[in-house]
Design a protein around this ligand. Sequence first.
Ligand SMILES: Nc1nc2c(ncn2[C@@H]2O[C@H](COP(=O)(O)OP(=O)(O)OP(=O)(O)O)[C@@H](O)[C@H]2O)c(=O)[nH]1
Ligand SMILES: [Zn+2]
Length: 362
Amino acid sequence: MTLQPNTIELMARARADLRMGLGVVLVGPDGGALVFSAETLTAARLAAARTLGAPVVALTARRAETLKARAYDGDVARVLLPADAGLGWVTALADPAGDLATPMKGPLASERGGDAGLHRAAIRLCKAARLLPAALVVRVPDAAGLAHGSGLTLLPAPEVERLSLAASPLNGVIDARLPMEVSDAGRLHVFRPENGGEEHYAIEVGEPDRAAPVLARLHSACFTGDVMGSLKCDCGPQLRGALAQMGAEGAGVLLYLNQEGRGIGLANKMRAYSLQDQGFDTVEANHRLGFEDDERDFRIGAALLRRLGFSRARLLTNNPRKVAMLDRNGIEVVERVPLRVGRGAHNTAYLDTKAAKSGHLL
Ligand SMILES: Nc1nc2c(ncn2[C@@H]2O[C@H](COP(=O)(O)OP(=O)(O)OP(=O)(O)O)[C@@H](O)[C@H]2O)c(=O)[nH]1
Ligand SMILES: [Zn+2]
């Protein structure tokens, strides 16, 4: 029935539900569970979850490592909730803000055996919702009945897993002329992914020749650097430097990808900054939060370039992963054009960490 939402649409709804603190029901081959984002969980909903069964907190192996909890499922840990654990306990497991000041009193016990597919899918949804990657999961006997009776979104966990990894098609919404400081002949295109995710933008400078390699930049959103002039990173100078070079050469294309904070969202990036104030570097901070160093999907950049009619690029970047991903996804990078601007007292350690741990070229 065409009026009914499909799984992609239900996933978009589930992301909004989790952000609002609502539960989502997941079903897998061996049963179902009610899941909440640990970050938006309330005491009342935790109490309600306890009436249904014995909840566990699903964490990424990265977060579990910091907490010294065992991740028996490889990438996921299922931490058992002690009988007297309240909301603060769940929050402290998810959020590293208090790790140093008020360390968790372990040892934490993890569930082992059985399948962690529901837990993995719950974490995927939390990440996609740009929340902390931690979920309260309580197995329930009649998942479909619970979803229907409570008006909660019901999703098949294997489909959540599959669709989270798939590239979502992007549709062009509109493009219009945008005269800019670097070039009178600018054009901004807006693209909207079919999965309801963040929109991305492409800015054409001049009239790039589709038959020749285009001077291109894949720029990930950085509100702090691009807009606020933050000195903690090099994003602002890179953005302006790339546009200036395109203006000087007369043509280029800049993709502005809304993957703030290397794909973890601004709230989580600020959590990472707060950890950096405690002495952790940019990579350690992401790991303590439960994320990988880089959660971006660079296939989007390749798809957008192809959509715009480009097949070869001279890529402005210091990040070899961007080059490799474009090459793997149908865009031949004929040249890597270094973009070394904006190094200063506040970001030297950050740039050195990216070079030492993330493979960036200095
Ligand atoms: N999680 C996290 N993200 C950060 C931090 N500092 C900057 N960012 C984000 O890192 C991304 C940097 O994007 P880019 O400049 O396009 O990528 P890059 O990997 O540095 O590669 P090039 O600039 O092309 O060399 C942006 O999304 C920023 O918001 C940080 O300390 N933690
Ligand atoms: Zn930045």
